[in-house]
Design a protein around this ligand. Structure first.
Ligand SMILES: Nc1nc2c(ncn2[C@@H]2O[C@H](COP(=O)(O)OP(=O)(O)O)[C@@H](O)[C@H]2O)c(=O)[nH]1
Ligand SMILES: [Mg+2]
Length: 332
């Protein structure tokens, strides 16, 4: 099966790494028995250490991770009751990579598109600092100039080349900065204007999720405490869609096993009906064995579907708190 992937796009300094650190810390502790664990111990140690630094109020603005350019990939496992239920890859592309098409390596550019296409959810970070103003036109301009212009240009080409959009999570990062300057109605208007190519196609799903590391984190020159808002929701959304995809893959595999069973049965019946002198009993036994293996495989898939459905219920319940959802051409 294809590995589950999530792609996150956003300008440098828009809060992608901080989101990941906050998310990892929260999900590493776990919610309702679900935990996220780095596949590699070194990565686990690195993320943990960076989060501890972030959580250290005494460092002030020195608490934040050092900015990095270039693509970053992280491998995680989603566990339930400490058992892996879904390995996944988190791919972080800074805005610059989308912009550098002409001078960048064409292979890498192609890889971005194929990763987006294969992602169970595409996340786009919009820096909440761009919404700090009393003037909606100004906020739209900010988001266009400092965020969506590059992304829209990239996706113009992506759509032209036949690329399909996975479900999209627009993460408004640093929501603590802009919470008193905006509201859900206004955010809907701003995003529709700034990301218009995403809002014109019919079969899109866009969830808008404001997140923050803490309401007061910025106070006293970034000496405020870490108290994350909604930090689990984007990853829950991603996992929920990945589980739905898994269920579909299993259903497809069941159907294909059922059709092979029919073919095998037909061959077996045919052999059984043949005149006894020519009948090949070994072949009949072999076919019976193959049929029984396929039936076992179907049972196994049915159990996996049941597990995935049970898991997806918990995620779906949590996702009910997302109140900015755009599905099939309209806000819900
Ligand atoms: N007020 C506030 N600032 C944040 C928050 N998250 C990140 N920042 C600030 O944004 C900067 C860039 O974040 P980072 O995650 O490194 O951005 P990246 O380049 O997209 O990975 C940090 O150094 C912090 O100063 C947040 O939740 N609230
Ligand atoms: Mg970063």
């Amino acid at each position: 099966m294809e590995k589950t992937k999530f792609t996150i796009l956003g300008e440098s300094l828009s809060g992608k790494t901080c989101y990941l650190l906050g998310m990892y810390n929260k999900m590493n502790e776990g919610i309702n028995g679900y935990t996220i664990v780095a596949q590699d111990d070194d990565l686990d140690a690195e993320l943990f250490e960076k989060f501890e630094k972030l959580d250290d109020e005494s460092r002030g603005s020195g608490r934040f991770p050092v900015a990095t350019d270039g693509v970053q990939k992280y491998l995680f496992n989603l566990n339930y009751a400490h058992k892996p239920i879904m390995p996944f890859e988190w791919i972080d592309y800074p805005g610059g990579l989308l912009r550098e098409k002409n001078n960048a390596d064409p292979e890498q550019y192609k890889e971005i598109s194929s990763n987006i296409q294969d992602s169970s959810t595409l996340f786009i970070c919009v820096d909440g600092a761009l919404l700090v103003s009393d003037d909606i036109e100004r906020k739209i301009r900010n988001v266009k100039r400092k965020c969506s212009m590059t992304i829209n240009r990239y996706f113009g080409k992506y759509f032209e080349a036949g690329g399909k959009l996975p479900p999209v999570g627009i993460i408004i990062t640093k929501f603590d900065l802009c919470v008193q300057y905006t509201n859900p109605d206004e955010i809907r208007k701003i995003l529709e204007q700034a990301f218009s190519p995403f809002f014109v196609t019919d079969d899109t799903l866009i969830a808008v999720i404001p997140v923050s590391l803490g309401t007061y984190i910025k106070d006293d020159d970034y000496h405020g405490e870490v108290d994350p808002l909604n930090i689990h929701l984007p990853i829950f959304m991603g996992i929920w869609f990945a589980l739905l995809e898994q269920i579909n893959v299993y259903k497809y595999q069941i159907a294909s096993n059922e059709s092979s069973i029919n073919d095998l049965k037909w061959l077996k019946d045919d052999e059984e009906d043949s005149f006894f002198l020519w009948r090949d009993d070994d072949k009949i036994r072999r076919l019976a064995g193959q049929i029984s293996d396929k039936k076992d495989e179907i049972q196994r898939m049915k159990q996996l579907i049941k597990n995935a459905e049970e898991n997806s219920e918990m995620f779906e319940k949590e996702l009910n708190s997302i109140n900015m959802l755009f599905i099939d051409g309209k806000w819900q």
